[in-house]
Design a protein around this ligand. Structure first.
Ligand code: UFG
Length: 338
């Protein structure tokens, strides 16, 4: 079965391609290389022994999307990662985010509508919940007004898919609401490659530890949590990747009563920023240079997943620990700086 993975050379996309190939799916990767490199294709091939088909293409070009689906008439499912994801940049340049994240989604769905049968998985985010009223966060928690244009594209994206599924019996879709993906493949052939200064905690930690950054700024220790720092649900990217295979299989087996569904993908455990630092210090066997600074605008206090729905319905569960994830992130950082 041929599966199209958009953004398949990115951090999460590349790990999903590996899991798909390991499960016997044939993969077509589409990527515009705006935030990735062709080396990732080699990394994937080294792990699986099978080179995925690759098309360099910008999904904002409607004709190019049409041509893609004409070339690969037997695409059976699409996993759609290709999107811009920097919260701060989205505040500065909202139209870039609305154009890139929503136009590409619309063009793909238009093509899928034409098929006899189509399966679609969308990269969504726990950002749709904002600061949830209760923890852990279940899928029935209300969607809160988005804090950024980036977050808004995830909310609007889910709505676009839901409305399209309502009028498209041929289409089955799942939105996966990721918590905080970190870590790298154990082979160290693929991992996270942030461009410029990392915005996320774990790549900032590993770059500080390797000496690329002087120190980590911890954004606030006066939150109403046990140690005063924010709490997140950090999930190993390989566990997250496996959730996509489980979701795809559910779609293909046509088990769902509805043709649009959504799942939290996390570990179910929250860790504070200081806990992440402490665990990193353990696995790397070194002290991390960090300093508490002011809060970062837009950060929620705490977010971690209730994973019961994913566990029971998808039959999927995160298996790897925070230690495993941080250890792989650290090994990856050391490997790429050699
Ligand atoms: N943090 C620091 N210092 C840093 C970077 C992060 O203290 O240099 C803290 C943040 O304040 C937060 C935690 O580390 O408490 C995690 O921050 P990340 O930026 O790694 O992750 P977020 O939870 O803020 O962001 C993630 C995704 C976004 C998504 C958001 C929604 O990266 O794409 O979840 O909750 F929008």
């Amino acid at each position: 079965m041929k599966i199209l993975v958009t953004g398949g050379l990115g951090f999460i996309g590349s790990h999903v391609v590996v899991e798909l190939q390991n499960e016997g799916f044939e993969v077509v990767i589409v990527d515009n290389l705006s935030n990735s490199t062709l080396d990732v294709l080699d990394g994937i091939t080294k792990i699986t022994g099978k080179k995925p088909i690759f098309e360099k293409l910008d999904l904002r070009e409607k004709n190019a999307v049409s041509n893609l689906f004409s070339t690969y008439k037997d695409i059976y499912g699409v996993i759609h990662f290709a999107a811009s994801k920097a919260v701060g940049e989205s505040v500065e340049n909202p139209l870039l985010y609305y154009e890139n994240n929503l136009n590409s989604l619309i063009y793909i769905l238009q093509e899928l509508q034409k098929k006899d049968k189509a399966h679609f998985i969308f990269s969504s985010s726990c950002t749709v919940y904002g600061q949830a009223d209760s923890l852990p966060i279940t899928e029935s928690a209300p969607i809160k007004p988005a804090e950024s244009p980036y977050g808004n594209t995830k909310q609007i994206g889910e709505e676009i898919i839901k409305d399209t599924c309502r009028v498209s019996d041929n289409l089955q879709a799942i939105a996966l609401r990721y918590f905080n993906p970190i870590g790298s493949h154990e082979s160290l052939q693929i991992g996270e490659l942030p461009t410029g200064t990392p915005q996320n905690l774990v790549p900032f930690i590993t770059q500080t530890a390797i000496g690329l950054r002087e120190k980590l700024a911890v954004f606030g220790n006066d939150y109403p949590t046990e140690d005063g720092t924010c709490i997140r649900d950090y999930i190993h990217v390989v566990d997250l990747a496996k959730a996509h295979v489980a979701a795809l299989k559910r779609l293909i087996e046509n088990k769902s009563a509805t043709n649009f569904d959504y799942f939290n993908i996390g570990t179910g455990t929250g860790s504070s920023v200081l806990e992440v630092i402490k665990t990193f210090e353990e696995v790397s066997d070194q002290k991390l240079n960090y300093q508490i600074v002011a809060r970062r605008e837009g950060d929620v206090i705490a977010a971690y997943a209730d994973t019961e729905k994913a566990n029971n319905v998808l039959g999927w569960q995160a298996k790897l620990s925070l230690k495993d994830a941080l250890s792989s992130a650290w090994q990856w950082e050391q490997k790429i700086r050699k």
